[in-house]
Design a protein around this ligand. Sequence first.
Ligand code: SF4
Length: 74
Amino acid sequence: MPALHPRMTIKKVWIEEGCISCNLCQDLVPEVFLVKDGEVCVIRPDATSAFAARDAEIRQAAQDCPVEVIKLQD
Ligand code: SF4
């Protein structure tokens, strides 16, 4: 049987230029994404501590971001 490859854990999350402040990512993972009124999304300074527990939701946010500016490094 071939060995299973467990999914990598997220090491880094960042936002590229072009965020339209839609709040989707913050709604999904408020521990990681911060979208202040009228400002582009930023990654919270203490976000790293939530990467493991919120892995699926972070990946979901990256997938669902309407302008695809959420980037992950495994
Ligand atoms: S989902 Fe994308 S466009 Fe929406 S606030 Fe987050 S980074 Fe910005």
